[in-house]
Design a protein around this ligand. Sequence first.
Ligand code: SAH
Length: 200
Amino acid sequence: MVEHQLRGRGIADERVLAAMGEVPREEFVPEAQRRDAYADGALPLSHGQTISQPLMVAMSVEALQLEGDESVLEIGAGSGYQAAVLSRLAKKVHGVEIIPELVDNAKRVLQSLDFDNVEIHCADGRKGWPEGAPYDGIIVAAAADEIPPALVDQLKEGGRLVIPVGGRWGQSLMVMTKRDGKLEEKELCRCIFVPLVYGG
Ligand code: SAH
């Protein structure tokens, strides 16, 4: 997976490649999908959700340019896989997931594998996770029509926000850098993520 799907397609950050080589993706996918855990695609989770394609995880994570001392927020933690990858690259990771069953499962898997710098919270990620703010990096793993303002508020000056922006059937994976309170935008690639839903 690392050599063909990631390095071979332009992922160059050695720390990202090493983290993705270390985190056992099969532990995060449902039993029935384990055979395909290292295949080049997204895989179904329960509740109509998906664990993102490894390349999308790598691109999103690489765009944060983490060095090891950062505090990071992930919105749409799903299986907990991307949070686990982030936990190898940053000091502290907060993940927010709106579906309680996925939260329980992600917590259980992360705990069983001793990822102890990750916390998963059950909440509407559009509001971020103020208790852990400000963040050096924020990754949104679900598609948004527009950027939730709370996420910009919770991002440090100079911090990066990675988010798929667009409608149901296709988005641009954007990396935004906060400078003087405003966002500088860059498109990483086209992508298709499940939508970020409105919580209560
Ligand atoms: N990063 C995940 C996969 C993300 S799939 C992994 O590594 O497995 C997108 C996830 O976003 C889904 O689990 C979905 O339930 C969640 N989601 C959608 N809307 C949300 C919201 N408003 N707040 C938090 N999570 C949300």
